[in-house]
Design a protein around this ligand. Sequence first.
Ligand SMILES: [Zn+2]
Length: 468
Amino acid sequence: MTLKLYNTLTRKKETFKPIKKGHAGLYTCGPTVYDFAHIGNFRAYICGDILKRYLKYKGFKVNHVMNITDVDDKIIKGSRQKNKPLNKFTKEYTEAFFEDLEKLNINKADFSPKATEHIKEMVVIIKKLLDKKIAYKAKDGIYFDISKFKDYGKLSHVKLEELEIGKRIKADQYEKEQAQDFALWKFWDKDDGDVFWETDIGKGRPGWHIECSAMSTKYLGQPFDIHGGGIDLVFPHHENEMAQTEAATGKKFVNYWFHNEHLLVNGRKMSKSLGNFFTLRDLFNKGYNANAIRYLLLSVHYRQQLNFTEESVKAAENAIQRLNDFVVKLKSIKNTNKKIPPNKKIKPIIEDTRKNFEKEMDDDLNISNALAVVFELVKKINTLIMENKIGKKDAEDIYGLMRDFDSVLGVLETKEEKVSVEIQKLVKEREKARKEKDWNQADKLRDEIKEKGFEVKDTSEGSVLGKV
Ligand SMILES: [Zn+2]
């Protein structure tokens, strides 16, 4: 089956057709490293992670690039306030960002290029735009003239009718949904301190948008397959990225635009003044568990708003507990010696479940429905386990299915404990002793196994081994 994704550019669900068969080039906008990322940011990174993991599940070879914005207005302000050199200031937050990704089990990108290491590439694009007279020099910088690019507004549908020619905006981020000429390059002024590059186009530093154009096309070519990010980036950031790249080269920039909706906290937009603004670290300090946060952030369809509340984290914790209990049960049946013949029902259940999971995920990553499919399986199999109708082979197959699903979800504790031959031998000896009702010997062996870090439990399905 083919994957369908909603494309912000066309406002339609479209079948994903990669440029190169079996490959997918993915660019997602990374952090601006002037502070710790907040959970709204992490929703975007999780949505990108689910997309990437599902593409891999479907057999695509994914090349994922996520930039690090390590120079912009906020960073310069922050580093000056803290009286630290720019690179030292950004290094701390970059490292913190990667730590946070790891905690949430978000797979790292194949490339994480830094803006400050790609100034040359940005200058090349800006020069092209100057040559084509699409960009112009003003007193404080070089600007992109949006009236020269006829497709301006095609991604965000931003208002163009009241366009005042030559109205300029220098700031990297602006919320007013009105088209304006934007800065590609900012000439040095005293507020920049020692942050500047001496280049052919003058002494200064890049605007934010040009960074992503330069780094995405450098590592993925042009056009490339998928560009992702939070919905708040559609305008002006992505609109501007697209305009400047397409204007410079005359080629299409990106085939599919993937945007996730906002995260709300207690039903309201996160803001420092409302006291509902959280970094991941804040949540850990409140005692929340990383796995539950991951589950919550991935469990709502990416194009729906997600409401983050204390109750929703609790519900996520419970959901993960159910999944993990199920997996533990499967593991113990897998390792049991009790003979239950293979159940004929299992093969069709596994096939149907896999098919339904994929059907939902293929439909624009309908994760909430896909999770419902997984829980349906848990319910069905739990009933069969209670009825003593799941044997070793069945448990192995179902466990395999859960592991496949988890290659997308990334929330289960599926790491196999390696049980050495020596311990297996001790378990067998102990079973023999039990059969012969030699309880002393059986207890002795149990202690010996425990010393080696494993615990034997005697269940109705035979003896089961677990980590102490
Ligand atoms: Zn970007």
